[in-house]
Design a protein around this ligand. Structure first.
Ligand code: AR6
Length: 170
């Protein structure tokens, strides 16, 4: 698998699937989540509501992932995952790694070849970006998948630099 880095907006990526840093309600929010719903349109929320009415009545648990349509986005699918809120006293790295593993598992189920990830948990959820980048790159590298391109799409220069450093570290 090829791992690439882009500084930009995930909603503009021409890939089969974009990953959303969602919350367990699946009903929208700020950050990447807000941007995806705004640009993708109401079909995404319709699908999310259906998921809440069926298998995720209690919400999507942290570390899990589920796909919906991508509405008007260039991608075919949005894969929603819920990152952990950062804690300075409890190590939640496994939950963050699980977001990337589960997103790739869902991508494989859908036959996705190219996928774009944001820096899950590195915004509102407060994860220091260097650590978030290490976990993201390390997990994607270590996960067996049929996906041929994983693209990290970083909104800020700080996040881009952190991911570049993580990629340069074997
Ligand atoms: N494209 C790519 N990256 C972006 C974009 C974009 N359009 N917009 C922001 N980022 P966040 P979280 C970066 O807060 O920390 C939401 O309200 C941002 O700079 O979107 O997992 C959800 O509903 C940061 O580096 O996600 C949840 O309630 C990264 O994306 C909560 O926030 C993640 O920031 C999830 O928090």
């Amino acid at each position: 698998m090829k791992i690439t880095l882009v500084r930009g907006d995930i909603t503009e990526q021409n890939v089969d699937a974009v990953v959303n840093a969602a919350n367990s309600s699946l009903l929208g929010g700020g950050g990447v989540d807000g941007a995806i719903h705004r640009k993708g349109g109401p079909e995404i929320l319709d699908d999310c509501r259906k998921l809440r009415a069926s298998q995720y009545a209690g919400g999507l648990p942290t570390g899990q992932a589920v796909a919906t349509t991508a509405g008007r986005l260039p991608a075919k699918w949005v894969i929603h995952t819920v990152g952990p809120v950062y804690s300075a006293t409890e190590d939640r790295s496994d939950q963050l790694a699980s977001c990337y593993r589960e997103s790739l598992r869902v991508a494989d189920e859908l036959g996705v070849e190219s996928i774009a990830f944001p820096a899950v948990s590195a915004g509102v959820y407060g994860w220091p970006v260097d650590g978030a980048a290490r976990i993201a790159v390390g997990t994607v590298r270590a996960t067996p998948t049929k996906v041929t391109e994983a693209r990290f799409v970083l909104f800020t220069q700080d996040a881009y630099d952190a991911f570049e450093h993580a990629l340069d570290t074997p």
